[in-house]
Ligand binder design. Structure first.
Ligand code: DAH
Length: 341
C-alpha cells in the first residue's frame, strides 16, 4: 500500500510538471482524484488494512493527496499565465497600422467669406448685431424712409407673411440698423450679417434667399471722410493692400448723400479680366450718410449725431473670390462642389 501510494505520488508529480494545457490537467485530476481515480481507489482500499497499519497509511494517503492537489494548483496557475501571455501577444494591436480616416466636414464658402469680413470689422472695433428674418414692415421699410406707397417698396419683390402687408421676410439687413439705433445710445459701431429674401426666380445670378452684411456707425461729428476711410481699409484687408476704391453717386432712401463703392479688381489689379468683365473695377457695396429722418425716427438727435451706413451682398464676394459662375452652387450643397474650399 505504502509503495503504491508513493508510486502514485511520484507519477503524478512527474505528469503534472509536464502538463502543457488545462484540458490535460483536468484529465490528470480525474484520473487520480475522480470517483474511480487511482488515489481515490487506494483510499477506498484502506478499510482492508489492519487496525495497526491504518492510521499511518491514512496519514500518508492524505499527505499524497495534499501534495498532488498543491502541485495541481501550481500547474493551473502556470498554465493560466501562459494562456494569458499568449492571448496578449496574439491580440496585440499594431498602433502603427494606418487607420480608416473619417470624413471631416468643413466650412461652406459663404461662411468663410462672412467670417473673414466679420473679423476685419471686429478688428476695427465693430460689434456684431442681429435681427429677425421675419420682420415688421415698419423696420424693413417705413423706418428706413420708405413709407407705405413709396416706389422703393415695389423694387424689392417682397415675401409677405400676412395678408395685411405688415409682416414680411426681410428684404435687406438694413432694418437691423433701426433696431440697434432704437436700443443703443451712440457711439454705435456695428455690422449685421444675415439672410435676406426676395421673390426672385432662381437663375445663375438670382436666388430668393441670399446674404447681406449691413454696417452702421453713429457718433458725434461722423463725416463722409470717416465712411470713405473705414470702407477703404476694409477693401484693402479683404482684397489686398494694393486695392484702390472709388465712390459713385447713387440713391438710397435711407442715406443722404448716397454712393456705391467699387474696388479695383483683385484678379487683375485694375487692368481688366474675366472677373471684372474687363472694367478693372468690381462693385462692392452701397453706402451713405444716414438720413436725418432715419436718425430721428429711431430716436437719435440728428442735430447732435451723424453717421454712415453701408450694405453689401455676400454671395457676390464669394463668387468673385472663388471664381464661382453660378449662384445656385452656393445653395445646392453638392458635396463634390463644396469639397473644393
Ligand atoms: N439695403 C440696401 C440694399 O439692399 C443696401 C444698402 C445700401 C445698405 C446703402 C445700406 C446703405 O446701409 O447705406 O440694396
Amino acid at each position: 500500500m505504502r509503495d503504491k501510494l508513493l508510486e502514485v505520488r511520484e507519477k503524478a508529480l512527474k505528469n503534472l510538471s509536464d502538463v502543457s494545457d488545462l484540458n490535460q490537467l483536468d484529465d490528470i485530476r480525474i484520473r487520480l482524484l475522480g470517483k474511480k481515480g487511482e488515489l481515490t481507489s487506494l483510499m477506498k482500499g484502506m478499510g482492508k488494512l489492519s487496525k495497526e497499519e491504518r492510521p499511518a497509511m491514512g496519514q500518508l494517503a492524505n499527505e499524497v493527496r495534499t501534495a498532488i492537489e498543491k502541485e495541481m494548483e501550481k500547474s493551473k496557475t502556470r498554465l493560466e499565465q501562459q494562456a494569458l501571455a499568449y492571448k496578449l501577444k496574439k491580440e496585440k494591436i499594431d498602433v502603427t497600422m494606418p487607420g480608416k480616416a473619417s470624413r471631416i466636414g468643413h466650412r461652406h464658402p459663404m461662411n468663410i467669406v462672412i467670417e473673414d469680413i466679420k473679423n476685419i470689422f471686429i478688428g476695427m472695433g465693430y460689434e456684431i448685431a442681429e435681427g429677425p428674418e421675419v420682420e415688421d414692415a415698419y423696420y424693413n421699410f417705413t423706418a428706413l424712409n420708405i413709407p407705405p406707397g413709396h416706389t422703393a417698396r415695389d423694387e424689392q419683390d417682397t415675401f409677405y407673411v400676412d395678408g395685411e402687408g405688415d409682416l414680411l421676410l426681410r428684404t435687406q439687413t438694413s432694418p437691423i440698423q433701426v433696431r440697434v439705433m432704437e436700443n443703443k445710445k451712440p457711439p454705435i459701431r456695428i455690422i449685421a450679417p444675415g439672410r435676406v429674401y426676395r421673390s426672385d426666380e432662381v437663375d445663375a445670378t438670382h436666388s430668393p434667399i441670399f446674404h447681406q452684411l449691413e454696417g452702421l456707425v453713429i457718433d458725434k461729428g461722423i463725416t463722409m471722410g470717416d465712411l470713405k476711410g473705414a470702407l477703404e481699409v476694409f477693401a484693402k484687408q479683404l482684397f489686398g493692400e494694393d486695392t484702390k476704391v472709388r465712390f459713385r453717386p447713387h440713391h438710397f432712401p435711407f442715406t443722404e448723400p448716397s454712393a456705391e463703392m467699387d474696388a479695383t479688381c483683385f484678379g487683375c489689379g485694375g487692368k481688366g479680366c474675366r472677373i471684372c468683365k474687363d472694367s478693372g473695377w468690381i462693385e462692392m457695396l452701397g453706402c451713405g450718410m444716414v438720413h436725418p429722418k432715419v436718425l430721428e425716427m429711431s430716436g437719435i438727435d440728428s442735430s447732435v449725431y451723424s453717421g454712415f451706413a453701408f450694405g453689401m451682398g455676400l454671395e457676390r464676394v464669394a463668387m468673385q473670390r472663388y471664381g464661382i459662375n453660378d449662384l445656385r452652387l452656393l445653395f445646392e450643397n453638392d458635396a463634390k462642389f463644396l469639397k473644393q474650399f
